[in-house]
Design a protein around this ligand. Structure first.
Ligand code: NDP
Ligand code: MG
Length: 390
């Protein structure tokens, strides 16, 4: 979904500023993007900002960047400026505006799906952090790109790495994608210890500082399953050619092995600033990504370990759901989102996240998946099933 046409639409080729809409500007990726864009005002202008609830931060961001459009889904507090758009339509509206070239989708969860699909249908570049979009409806996103000339450039660091390793090379030359995983906070914990993990334990990510949902996904390793499915749809690579390896230092962001045995890896210090910037500038590079210089000696040693599938059921179930295809990835994602929300409210234990996903896939994995309505029905049913179990 990052077709050759992307090469012709370089943000830098003509010196014209590219106009950006940020969906989910108040989150971890959204605020990172605003930091990155502040350093590149000569290349990009911020046309639209949207958030879910954080009125105070959105107000501050709007004051600093003067966008044409500000939208909020469900404002926290009543002091919302008159000219803001309020309600769920704000997302699609900002993503499809004529004066927007690039939509950075930094919304968390399946809530970002409609905005991604609408932006692609409108022929936009979507800089996609919202991986759940591709897990719920990867085939629909691909079809939208095909129909309308939209393109997805990944923000996820692993997929940004793979895109950079692939370059213009022929997909037929790829033998395997190797997606790296930090292993999360429980990499060295026994199965028994993991079963007793608390919310505070799960929120201690060793290498990345991120939103709460993806931090929990990184502890269960559900995040890696989401990323394998994301890679499958982004790059059109079959599941049996995508592997996960644990790399605790998070320096090698992923690798591509080619048919002759050559392996390319993309490396750098763990920071989302570079993948965010690269999603905006691809296929070109610009100076000053705000990332500290890489020092190989200081980064040493780099180590790799097999992933412990038996001890991280959410990863195993997600990989199975990807291979099962149909509604299974959407069910996996929805059950995980609901279970993580309950875990974050301390209404569910860490182990119950995997158990909830398993129960949802058992019951609903084979649900109809012929169109968006069917996928959303499977998503809703999975959330209900998880809620009814607690
Ligand atoms: P955060 O929780 O920090 O931010 C989420 C953003 O989405 C906020 O702006 C929030 O608004 C908004 N939001 C929340 N719920 C809804 C909803 N129902 N409808 C519309 N908007 C909503 O998440 P992250 O920034 O960590 O992650 C965003 C996405 O990027 C996720 O898909 C994640 O997997 C992916 N990603 C994140 C990485 C990271 O480093 N953080 C790395 C790679 C991928 P508000 O704050 O106003 O409520
Ligand atoms: Mg990632």
């Amino acid at each position: 979904m990052s077709p050759q046409s992307a090469m012709n639409r370089s943000p830098m080729a003509d010196g014209v500023k590219r106009r950006v809409a940020i969906l989910g500007s108040t989150g971890s990726i959204g605020t990172t993007a605003l930091r990155v864009l502040a350093r590149h005002r000569d290349r990009f202008s911020i046309v639209a900002l949207t958030a879910f609830s954080n009125t105070a931060l959105l107000r501050e961001q709007a004051r600093d960047t003067s966008p044409v459009f500000v939208g909020i889904v469900s404002p926290n507090g009543t002091d919302v400026p008159n000219d803001w758009r309020i309600g769920p339509d704000a997302l699609v509206e900002s993503a499809t505006r004529d004066d927007v070239d690039i939509v950075l989708n930094a919304i968390v969860g399946a809530a970002g799906l409609d905005a991604t699909l609408a932006a692609l249908e409108a022929g936009k570049r979507v800089a996609l952090a919202n991986k759940e979009t591709l897990v719920v409806a990867g085939a629909l996103a691909a079809a939208a790109c095909e129909r309308s000339g939209g393109e997805i450039i990944p923000v996820d660091s692993e997929h940004s790495a793979i895109l950079q390793c692939l370059g213009r090379r022929n997909r037929r030359d790829v033998r395997r994608l190797v997606i790296t995983a930090s292993g999360g906070p429980f990499r060295t914990w026994s199965a028994g210890q993991i079963a007793g993990a608390t919310l505070a334990d799960a929120l201690q990510h060793p290498t990345w500082s991120m939103g709460r949902k993806i931090t929990v996904d990184s502890a269960t390793l559900a995040n890696k399953a989401l990323e394998v499915i994301e890679a499958h749809f982004l790059f059109g690579i079959p599941y049996d050619q995508i592997e996960v390896v644990v790399h605790p230092q998070s320096i090698v962001h992923s690798m591509v092995e080619f048919v002759d045995g050559s392996v390319l890896a993309q490396m750098g210090v763990p920071s989302m600033e570079l993948p965010v910037l690269y999603a905006l500038t691809h296929p070109e590079r610009v100076a000053d990504a705000g990332v500290p210089r890489f020092d190989p000696v200081a980064a040493s040693p780099l180590t790799f370990e097999p992933v412990r599938l038996a001890d991280f059921p959410a990863l195993r179930l997600g990989l199975e759901a990807g291979r099962a295809s149909g509604a299974a990835p959407a069910v996996f994602n929805a059950a995980n989102e609901q279970a993580v929300a309950l875990f974050l409210e301390e209404r569910m234990t860490f182990s119950q996240i995997g158990e909830s996903i398993a129960a949802a896939l058992d019951t609903l994995g084979g649900a109809p998946a012929h169109d968006k309505a069917a996928l959303l029905a499977a998503d809703a049913a999975a959330r209900t099933l998880v809620l009814e179990r607690v």
